[in-house]
Design a protein around this ligand. Sequence first.
Ligand SMILES: [Zn+2]
Length: 318
Amino acid sequence: MTAIFLLLKRSKATVAAPLQRFALLLGVLSAASVSNAPRDAAAVERTCGPDALGVSRIIEVDRSKGTAVGLQSYPRTLDLRDHEVVLTFDDGPASPTPQVLDALAKECARVTFFLIGRNAEGLPALVKRAAADGHTIAHHSYSHPDKTLRLMSEDAAKADIDKGIAAVNKALGATAAPFFRFPGFADTPALVADLTARGYTIFGSDLWASDWSHMTPKAELDLVLSRLEKNRKGIVLFHDSQGITAQMLPEFLRELKKRGYSLVHMVPGDAPTPIVAAGSDWTSTTEPIIAKTLGPKARQAPHEHEHGAQEPPKSGEP
Ligand SMILES: [Zn+2]
């Protein structure tokens, strides 16, 4: 689980919230100014028939009051109904990102991209295209440091986070969502406190596709579907930097529809974030992986527990 967790480096982007809602609800977002974006959101909506996955509802994440969600790292998550999924993609924009965007557009799906600032600087057109397509653009640090933000000094970590936020916003030409995912899920209490105090919600995940591992697209498809059938709902983590994910995504989206799942889209908003607490038997999935990957120095303080990895650490878990 280890190496990959740390080595994945490119993230993605979300739509600025007001734009997303505008596009989704009114169908008026124009992509005319966005190069490489043939998609006017309204036109995309029209081209998706009843067989498309689409978006079943929108969850507003309170931009005035940050929290931390995702059961693999935190003892609470978004309050999703049975068979509801939120799709998230990390580490872009990257070379497979256009293929991911094409697959999502074909199904009128809306997701959240957690972008690496450095990548956004290099591929700003993809950031704009993702936003124009109706997705939520969020943050995943500037440099996705190999040693993680946890092992940097607090000042250096904050500087990397803020540089990433600035780079993504610049590429987007707007303010991205106040959503942040720690590279390798390696947070610290101080960094979480700082971000949440600024209105950022920290996203872990409820399940992941292990797309940092060597496998075929079909194997990834089978794996993530089996995990989803077990969880029945949740925030799913993919990487749009991974070619196998881009390849399996069209079939994954069709399978979601076929199996009765519906897609929930997250946007920043003013309503309280709908949260549900984990059960008393909750344990962190990511802390044992981080400890194994980074060693004792990375041991997290209080809110996480050491035991209870949900699955045996295979090669390269997040
Ligand atoms: Zn990452």
